[in-house]
Write a protein that binds this ligand. Structure first.
Ligand code: ARG
Length: 463
């Protein structure tokens, strides 16, 4: 069988080359983008009188027929056709005859064709991931709204630090995911440009209308330089980076979910629907979903580094190296979508154990800083001295095997004249949490404001 590009060749391709060179096994994912791109292209060719209206109609109908065959699973993807672009073009010529089919590729090259298809895929995927992120953000916000007073230990160095609310802790994640969403949004806007019409690398002598094609496909505009248009894969790198940051965040959340579901913590009960059992230990319930998402971070980072490395030092313009750009992006996109969907659902169906969170907050003397601050603020004691007096109270609590939040008036009598019932109040966990009412703090009021900020942002999303 003759290849579309075999005119100057006298020998047939080696089978080894055919297998090695082909991308059809993975770039068939781009069939819809390829067909839509071709339909817009022939429409432009007809408008510019480069082909006739009748030819345009025949090609468009045949492309629609091919699309249906692919959707119905009847289309045969053959490695001999090398890639999705030639595969569809060959079929087109079989349907309408090569005299007409052969005109589709006028004023176009596979270089700008693949750049177009991949960009369209990028735009679609960026939106899909943003949509799933928003679902996750909404779930975290809803759990937060219901847990404004749920006390838990806030940690630094994974050591108990200060009491916070569960709402406060989860809202931290909401804002991380909000930024992730915004990164996707700005990347979408920056890269919403059509490269079609760049042709092989230098543009075309045909009287084309690139803006028309861009408009047909819903782009904001066209890429300004043809050589850049066929060589640029920044958009794919941005998506891989954006997904990587999402996974940095989901991996942190999942790590906490995994810890919180241990018997040592016991903060969260993951629903049976999202837990797995052990083949040998009948009592076990494992947080596989959270572990898998944490683990998938590896492949997502790997895909980013792989494409960065492929693109590094590539001379302009198109080089076949760039065929290596797709699989990692497909993989990261699919990984992100499936992970976000299941993480969201798992969180929705999990329950938090408020009792255990409170109990944990009562070890480690979390309110010690509150007492020192109180002595400075209300009793005008220099901070160093306040620190020392508080140390004495901690020692007393230890002696009584209590947490300082549990000390009674009797317990603290005679330690220091500044330690009175008023001081005792600041040792209470809830009052400690509520005292942190600075903007961005953990008090109920502050967290409510944070929820407002998030809700306002959601209301104004236009993406
Ligand atoms: N399959 C190729 C790719 O994905 C399409 C572009 C081929 N262009 C070329 N000049 N060989 O990169």
């Amino acid at each position: 069988m003759e290849k579309m590009w075999s005119g100057r060749f006298s020998e047939a391709s080696s089978e080894l080359l055919e297998k090695f060179n082909a991308s059809i096994n993975f770039d068939k994912e781009l069939y819809l983008e390829d067909i839509n791109g071709s339909k817009a292209h022939v429409k432009m060719l007809a408008k510019q009188k480069i082909i006739t209206e009748d030819e345009c109609l025949k090609i468009t109908n045949a492309l629609n027929q091919i699309l249906q065959e692919i959707i119905d699973g009847k289309f045969i993807f053959d490695i001999k056709d090398e890639d999705i672009h030639m595969s569809i073009e060959k079929k087109l010529s079989q349907i309408v005859g090569s005299d007409i089919g052969g005109k589709l590729h006028t004023a176009r090259s596979r270089n700008d064709q693949v750049a177009l298809d991949f960009r369209l895929y990028f735009l679609k995927s960026t939106k899909n991931i943003a949509h799933e992120l928003l679902n996750l953000i909404t779930t975290l916000k809803d759990i937060s709204s219901n847990n404004l007073q749920t006390i838990m230990p806030g940690y630094t160095h994974l050591q108990h630090a200060q009491p916070v609310s569960l709402a406060f802790h989860l809202m931290a994640y909401s804002f991380m995911f909000m930024r992730d969403f915004q990164r996707l949004e700005s990347s979408f806007k920056r890269n919403n440009l059509s490269p079609l019409g760049s042709c092989a690398l230098a543009g075309t002598p045909h009287n084309t209308d690139r803006d028309f094609v861009a408009q047909e496909l819903g782009f904001e505009g066209i890429t300004p330089n043809a050589m850049d248009g066929v060589s640029d894969r920044d958009f794919a790198l941005e998506l891989l980076f954006n997904i990587s940051v999402i996974f940095t965040h989901t991996s942190r959340l999942c790590e906490e979910i995994i810890m919180w579901s241990t018997s040592e913590f016991g903060f969260i009960k993951i629903s049976d629907k999202f837990s797995t059992g052990s083949s040998i230990m009948p009592q076990k319930k494992n947080p596989d979903v959270a572990e898998l998402i944490r683990g998938k971070t590896g492949r997502v980072y790997g895909n980013l580094i792989a494409l960065l490395t492929t693109m590094k030092a590539l001379p302009l313009a198109y080089n076949k190296d760039m065929q290596e750009d797709k699989e990692g992006v497909f993989d990261s996109v699919n990984t992100a979508l499936s992970s976000l969907v299941i993480l969201n659902q798992m969180l929705k169906e999990s329950s938090f154990n408020k009792e255990n969170m409170k109990k944990a907050s009562m070890t480690g003397h979390l309110t010690a800083t509150d007492l020192a601050d109180f002595l400075v603020r209300e009793k005008n004691i220099p901070f160093r001295q306040a620190h020392f007096i508080t140390g004495k109270i901690v020692a007393k609590a230890e002696e009584l095997s209590k947490d300082i939040s549990e000390l009674s008036s009797d317990d603290i009598k005679n330690i220091n004249e500044n330690i009175d019932d008023e001081a005792l109040k600041v040792l209470d966990l809830i009052s400690s949490m509520q005292a942190r009412k600075s903007k961005g703090g953990t008090s109920t009021q502050s967290v409510k404001e944070q929820i407002d900020i998030l809700e306002n942002w959601i209301k104004n999303i236009n993406f």
